[in-house]
Design a protein around this ligand. Sequence first.
Ligand SMILES: [Zn+2]
Ligand SMILES: [Zn+2]
Length: 377
Amino acid sequence: MTTQASSFVELRRQLHQIPEPGFQEFKTQAVLLERIAALPQEHLEVRTWRTGILVRVKGTAPRRTFGYRADMDALPIEENTSYPFRSQHPGYMHACGHDLHMAIGMGVLSAFAKQPMSDDLVLVFQPAEEGPGGALPMLGSQELQGMMPDQMVALHIAPEYPVGTIATKPGILFANTSELFIDLTGKGGHAAFPHQANDMVVAAAQLVGQLQTIVARNINPLDSVVVTIGKIEGGTKQNIIAEKARLEGTIRTMSIDTMRRVKARIEALVSGLETAFDCKASIDYGSNYCQVYNNPAVTEEFMNFVRTDGAMNLIECTEAMTGEDFGYFLERIPGFMFWLGVDTPYGLHHASIEPNDQAVDPAIEVIVRYLRWKSAQ
Ligand SMILES: [Zn+2]
Ligand SMILES: [Zn+2]
């Protein structure tokens, strides 16, 4: 990257150096507020909500409010990139591109602060997308009331597409997701006296196998579901029967009904396990994100706009098993999310991901053109 960095690319690199976890985006919020304060203020109304920021840009003759959302948080990952602007917060990294999302959001905000469209714009800088989830509580907040958009847009960087690419589809784009934590408590004991104990390592092993039968035996094979146990913890020592075990995993489904069905099956299997092993079990679903459902009419219209606009290459993609709490906005407000190509061989959440930030300015421009066009309809 030898090209001169634009002001928004510079902002992205500045934000990249100060990654902060969900609801602790204090420095991030301060940097954004400083940039907002430097904009022409006459059309702006700025509110903060926890570590998030809401900015309304008053339109010249508003009939509607268009919303644009950028998420703010980073991940607990030790960065392993070749960037000269690497994370200065040990153990944290913007490995999901939210630094780019914020820079693009600021670019969109700046364009309208300088030259408003006829409708209102609300720029939503949302904390805690990666967890525990900022979208749902933000939607319920006083601060967002009275600023509620009629239509919402957001993007997510896509490592696999080249710079200059937009990919999306009408209907479901991202899955329903739920975390899954199961704690098993039995009775510990001496390894040589199994009949006097309830072994939770054996119970956990059995449960992992049983959980696989949900996808294989309880779900229509044409419906897509993932049940993954990514971590098991149990026991204390090789010659002691384990009193406790913990399973940690995730559930992904393409419909809300299927999510309910999977959870009902998990609960039935766990309750059967309690009887079978005479143990106690508890289930915690952690953070749950509802699907990202792109409003078909609005999305098709945007896709046509991108095709006609011609500045970016449009791909109609398939849905993905990733989760995004922007789904909660789309549950209430028609709108859509799209992928923005950033061309890097490493996937999202990888310590070596290096999104190409030359994608930032073209993204700002296409979103601004789209919103101005939409507002003129
Ligand atoms: Zn992420
Ligand atoms: Zn993300």
